[in-house]
Each structure stands twice: as structure tokens, then as C-alpha cells.
Design a protein around this ligand. Sequence first.
Ligand code: MF3
Ligand code: CO
Length: 247
Amino acid sequence: MRTLTPAELVLMKKACALTHDALEKAESLVKAGISTFELDKLIEKYIIESGGYPACKGYEGYPYATCISVNEMVVHGMPSKDIILKEGDIVSIDLCVEYKGLIGDAARTFPVGKISPEKARLIEVTKQSFFEGIKNLKVGHRLGELSHAIQTYVEKNGYSLVRELTGHGIGRKMHEPPNIPNYGKVTDGPMVIADVCLAIEPMVNMGRKEVWLMEDGWGVITRDGKPSAHYENTVLVTSNGIEILTL
Ligand code: MF3
Ligand code: CO
């Protein structure tokens, strides 16, 4: 957890606004028949034209601007010409935008056309778990209070949380300490301090929590093959409360 200076915060807010705008653009492009490769290229173009840089590209050798994960893919789906969206799919799009050295990170799961009520409920519970979590994100409180609130809400709704991946601090690097699990005890984790940015990102499975790593070394899929959803925002914590910068 690192405190950002007022000057860094100005840039951070801009990076996060561009992240939000890129996700809104992504949403407008999601439709049956488009490949995830095409989607990635169009989003990348939009980010660059808006004055940002798609920070995923080149991160630990990752070759794309976005991660696009369809149905049972949890996160880090590599865009592909062979993955064509079809009616009834759910598609998670995760992207980071860098602006003058500061990075915003956010993800949403979108429906492709008409989806089943079960998938719609998964998307809704995943989103709501983020908001349940941040009610417990406060200066002077342990981060575990947020983690615990996310887990309690998701499990109460009959779903499970992925253990292998977490939220994270963010700022000049995409991933800064601390890791922010989406499960745990209220007594876990460090105390939250003021003027830090955190990426909070529940990854919720409709079925069991276990996942596989795909052969490409990136994609994470559910072991039971059931769908998964993702909802992420970059959040600023201050002594006056929190601000969701990518909303
Ligand atoms: N945006 C992802 C996160 O939430 C990271 C994607 S991995 C990358 O942490 F290689 F694509 F950048
Ligand atoms: Co993230």
C-alpha cells in the first residue's frame, strides 16, 4: 500500500477515467459474431486514440491490450481469431490504461445478446459483491473486512470465489502490494491507510471454486466448466471515504 502524492492522484484519476471509457467502448462492441481478437484490436485503438497506453500489452510478456474471457474462462483469456462471441455467452473484459506513468485497472462481465437468467444472476451477484466489499473498506480498518464481506455475500448467494487470484494495490505499477483476496477473516491483512489506490476484483464462479491454468500460461478456467464472472474497479481510499475511480 503506497500513498500517492496529490500530483500523482491527478494523473491517476485521468488514467482511471480513460480505463472506464475504454470499457464503455468495449461494451458497445460486444455482439454475436465478433471475435475476441477483433474486439481487442478495436479497444486497443480506442485507448491509444484517447491518449492512454494499454498497460497489459507487454506486461510479463502478455501480447494483447485486453484480457477477454468467455463463459467458463475466469480471467486472462487471450484474445483469439478463433473465439467468436455468440448469443447467450457472457464475456469478461479486463483492461488497464496507463496515463503519464499511472495505471487504472477495471473489468466487467457483459452479456452477449439474450442470456439465461442464471448467467444474468451470476453477473449481478459478482457486481454487487464488489459494492458489499467496499462498504467495509475504511482507513484504520483491516483489509480482511472487505475480503470477508465479499466472501460472505457471494457464498450466501450460492456461488464460490476463486482463491488463486486476488485484487492488488495499484499506482505506478499494475500490481503493487498488498494482495487483496476475495475471501478471508476480518482479522486478515494490513490496516488500510489513506490516499492509496486499490484494485478490488471479485472473480465469482457459478459452481465450484477450483480452476485450471490453460496451456497458454495465461487463461484461467473453471474446473467444472461452469461460467464465471469478474467485476473490478480501481478505488481511492481517503480519510473522508472512498472514491471509485473507474466507475
Ligand atoms: N488486469 C489484470 C488484473 O486485474 C491483469 C491482467 S494480466 C496482463 O490484475 F498481463 F494482461 F496484464
Ligand atoms: Co486487477
